[in-house]
Design a protein. Structure first.
Length: 244
């Protein structure tokens, strides 16, 4: 029964029945509405919480986190700028920062020589105080050395790096779904093994030199990505004109 209640509430939330940052009915009201016990309602709410659709505050009516915030790939925005563009307050909490030898994949992505080291950061990113994403970023030494000197609660690494002349100008993105690991579950408050939207990104500076290789994992319902394609600028279109 709790799965049925969760599914019904999920549909209502995603279709906007409760609005942005609205509140679900009280547990007692939901129990009466669905003809189930409060324990069943709590189980259903726990599912919605693990899916990132409602907050986890106990003893109060659950607050709906709202629909996914759309992020466009037509322009390269940092998490901070993207949050501000939606009227949200961005946050960043450093969980760990280590310096270690780069593995083969990292050397390939960042174009590093054998034996090179990298700086690896894990941060919890928030929107207006609500956890939405775990950010894992691997920096080459010249970038990581600057990041390592930053306060742990600094909101934007990108802005500080820009002040040091390191610009993020181009990026390649790969989007897929992954299962939350133990670290994701601890930081995001989701269930281990639950689905997360993953964005893998390699960013380069104006010279084409890689400045980061990042993996961001978002809670469901917190972000959506939009992509604009144009036949006029595609390789297929250029090839067709050549044939003409």
């Amino acid at each position: 029964m709790y799965r049925k209640v969760a599914a019904d509430l999920r549909e209502a939330i995603t279709t906007g029945a409760y609005g942005e940052a609205g509140r679900l009915p009280a547990e007692g009201a939901l129990a009466e509405q669905y003809g189930v016990s409060r324990g069943t309602v709590r189980q259903a709410l726990a599912v919605l919480r693990s899916d990132g659709l409602v907050t986890s505050r106990r003893g109060t009516r659950r607050v709906v986190l709202g629909g996914a915030r759309v992020q466009s790939f037509s322009e390269l925005l940092s998490f901070t700028h993207w949050a501000y563009s939606m009227g949200e307050e961005p946050g960043g909490i450093l969980d760990s920062l280590v310096r270690r030898p780069a593995d083969a994949a990292e050397r390939d992505q960042l174009r590093l020589e054998p034996g090179a080291e990298v700086y690896v950061t894990v941060r919890l990113r928030t929107l207006s105080g609500t956890p939405v994403m775990v950010e894992r970023t691997i920096y080459p030494p010249r970038v990581g050395e600057i990041v390592a000197e930053l306060p742990p609660d600094v909101v934007s690494h990108t802005e500080v790096l820009r002040e040091h002349g390191i610009l993020f100008t181009d990026a390649d993105h790969t989007i897929d779904i992954v299962a939350a690991n133990a670290e994701d579950a601890r930081l995001l408050g989701c269930r281990r093994g639950g689905p997360l939207l993953r964005e893998r990104r390699r960013t380069t500076d104006p010279t084409g030199t890689p400045v980061e290789w990042s993996q961001d994992r978002y809670l469901p319902g917190t972000v959506a990505f939009s992509v604009h394609n144009s036949l006029a600028t595609s390789a297929l279109s250029r090839h067709a004109r050549e044939l003409d």
